[in-house]
Design a protein around this ligand. Structure first.
Ligand code: SF4
Ligand code: SF4
Length: 305
């Protein structure tokens, strides 16, 4: 074998060994990550009319700037309908002393009514979202009857633990209470919508009565106390639909919406991809690198990491 033939055999091994000690250009994700620079996000300056190029990750909503004008929602409508403008709601069940005493005594009709309510509120399985609808129903965390408190000479049970975000109070009733109200109508209780003095026009109340027993189901809008957005009307984003085009950011005239470098948005269920206004307003997450095993550590050392 000639010297040049030996050299041709050895050369690839030398190149391979050399590369073990070279810093690679590829990133060993998730053990390594490119630094998450918050300033390098895509944003739009409406006064200057300039869109700054940058990474289009998860949106960040500035609640103190958003006026609830809906322009981001309108911009998204012809793209993917990922944005829904929503109000936050609390749901209260009011009952008077007669109803409370009947409940305490265990009167059959009253106990059956409360059982029907509690059964209808059972959280729907997160692993079984209804995929036949384009916008999934977001499950609600419900409180239990121990949170009943005395109020205005009667009693009040705040049913939801966290705000329920939806575009109308009617939608809250339809999604979470229609089964209960149907049960009431079919089991001798009278159900009628009522108006309550001083209520917001978005609030919705239903009176449920039978003989001298009466309760009131109220879906009450939450006032977020933002002076520039008196309606407390904010966008929410469904990342199961968003294509990260940034048109909504371009459309916002109040510097209230920008995109962040947060890209780790994957989830194992459809519901977790829904970001309500509070979640959208949270600062972008910068995940720490995954825990390294001995093999990954050795690889990083050999690669000059
Ligand atoms: S970035 Fe997402 S939410 Fe915004 S307009 Fe595009 S698809 Fe809609
Ligand atoms: S984020 Fe901007 S465009 Fe969207 S509702 Fe708020 S102010 Fe209007």
């Amino acid at each position: 074998m000639s010297l040049s033939q030996v050299s041709r055999v050895i050369k690839p091994f030398v190149v391979a060994v050399k590369h073990i000690f070279m810093t690679p250009v590829t990133v060993k994700y998730p053990y390594e990550r490119i630094e998450n620079v918050t300033g390098e996000n895509f944003r739009y300056d409406p006064k200057a009319g300039i869109a700054y190029p940058g990474f289009k990750g998860r949106h960040v909503l500035h609640l103190n700037k958003c006026t609830g004008c809906s322009l981001c929602d309108i911009a998204c409508q012809n793209i993917s309908e990922a944005i829904t403008m929503v109000y936050g709601f609390n749901v209260f069940l009011h009952f008077d002393k007669a109803f409370y005493d009947a409940l305490k005594k265990g009167e059959k009709t009253v106990v059956e009514l409360m059982e029907a309510l509690v059964d209808s509120l059972s959280p729907k399985q997160r692993s079984e979202p209804n995929l036949s609808v384009s916008h999934p129903v977001i499950p609600v965390a419900w409180s239990d009857i121990r949170s009943v408190q005395q109020k205005d000479g009667g009693y009040e049970w705040k049913l939801n633990l966290d705000p329920i975000y939806d575009y109308r109070s009617e939608a809250v009733i339809e999604k979470h209470f229609s089964e209960f109200l149907r049960w009431c109508s079919e089991n001798g209780w009278s159900v009628k919508p009522i108006t309550v003095e001083g209520a917001d026009k978005e609030d919705e109340y239903h009176e449920i009565s039978r003989d001298d027993l009466k309760i009131r189901l109220g879906v009450v809008k939450i006032d977020e106390g933002k002076p520039q957005n008196k309606k407390s009307y904010f966008p929410s984003v469904d990342y199961g639909r968003c294509v990260f085009c940034g048109f909504c950011v371009d459309a916002c005239p109040f510097y209230a919406l920008e995109m962040s470098p947060e890209y780790e948005l994957s989830a194992t269920d459809r519901i977790s991809l829904y970001y309500d206004p509070k979640k959208l307003a949270s600062p972008p997450r910068t995940q720490p690198p995954a825990e390294l095993g001995w093999f990954e550590r050795l690889q990083l050392i050999l690669r000059g990491g």
